[in-house]
Design a protein around this ligand. Sequence first.
Ligand SMILES: *[C@@H]1O[C@H](CO)[C@@H](O)[C@H](O)[C@H]1NC(C)=O
Ligand SMILES: *[C@@H]1O[C@H](CO)[C@@H](O)[C@H](O)[C@H]1NC(C)=O
Ligand SMILES: *[C@@H]1O[C@H](CO)[C@@H](O)[C@H](O)[C@H]1NC(C)=O
Length: 329
Amino acid sequence: MCSNFNNVFSWIILLFGSAAKFRFYKTFTDYMEVPVETPDAVVASSNPYVDVNKPTYLIAIGFNFKLEGPLLTELVPALLNLGDRNVCLVNWVNEASAGILGEGLGYALNALPNSKTVGEAVGKGIVKLVNLGLKNDIHFIGHSLGAQLAGYAGRETIKHGINLTEIIALDAARLGYEPPSLYQYVDKSCATLVYAVHCDVNGYALNITLGHVDFWPNFGNYESSTSIRLQPGCLKGTTLQEILTNGNRCSHDYCYKFYVVSLTNPGLFVGSKANNYFQWKTISNVNANNTNFIGPLINPNRPGNFYFVTGSTNPWGLGANGLQPPTTT
Ligand SMILES: *[C@@H]1O[C@H](CO)[C@@H](O)[C@H](O)[C@H]1NC(C)=O
Ligand SMILES: *[C@@H]1O[C@H](CO)[C@@H](O)[C@H](O)[C@H]1NC(C)=O
Ligand SMILES: *[C@@H]1O[C@H](CO)[C@@H](O)[C@H](O)[C@H]1NC(C)=O
């Protein structure tokens, strides 16, 4: 039954096109928007919002996101402050919303199918922009369902001979993407470099190695289905409602918070490599040859799963002090 409704929504989108937009920021409040299907105005000469000779950092975030919400108000200025890049949001705020359907149906019938439809439209839009002269150096930061959208965008550009430079998959959404599923989760076939950060493991996020490089902060809290399953500093709700929202949401949001902090403190989120967490717990010879970093210091030539622990308060990352497994009591 659900898939019939999915099809109806897909048809509506096919008939009318996706209404999603690219929002290119000069500052957080000064931006230009163009439809992803017809983005041509972006590359017009002397456009103050875009420098076609610079790399572009695309952002897509997840279900029910807010254009002025905490994620974008932290991430967009942090990227703009680094300079030397275009910063662009995939504004799919309506396509990602629950709307009048409510949370469950809104996710299943609107946001979930749109993560694919809009992702593919965004991929085609990127191809247009690159063919019109935008530098072929596209970095795509996706959180939750936005990470899955980025995967679809990347697969689409590859079909047209353009490979995204990187996809940064922050807590890629689990619901609807856990196999077996109609939907294909983001993986390392979607861009030249795909790296994933896993925070709300098996809550809102997939518990699957996705990228060339995968980071598993505080995975000891997610070792088993009976583990606490919270990032440090997140509180476990006492009512079902709190457990489903505040606790998991807090852990889910740590993934983008870690990334935002890494932009200005690139050494804080460093992990050491292991085949899995159980092997990592026995590691004693951590050295510069088996570590990798979330953020600007990522080493694309060092694939694998990387584990570390963090503190419980901002800025969370402990640098080299987080590389040792917590001592078991
Ligand atoms: C682009 O990605 C595809 C799929 O991963 C790969 O086969 C191809 O070699 C890549 N092209 C370039 C130019 O890197
Ligand atoms: C995640 O997967 C690992 C490896 O299969 C497993 O050991 C762990 O229990 C899983 N975590 C959760 C919270 O399901
Ligand atoms: C790291 O790798 C390089 C090259 O293989 C090697 O020369 C060096 O000794 C290694 N360092 C450590 C600390 O193992």
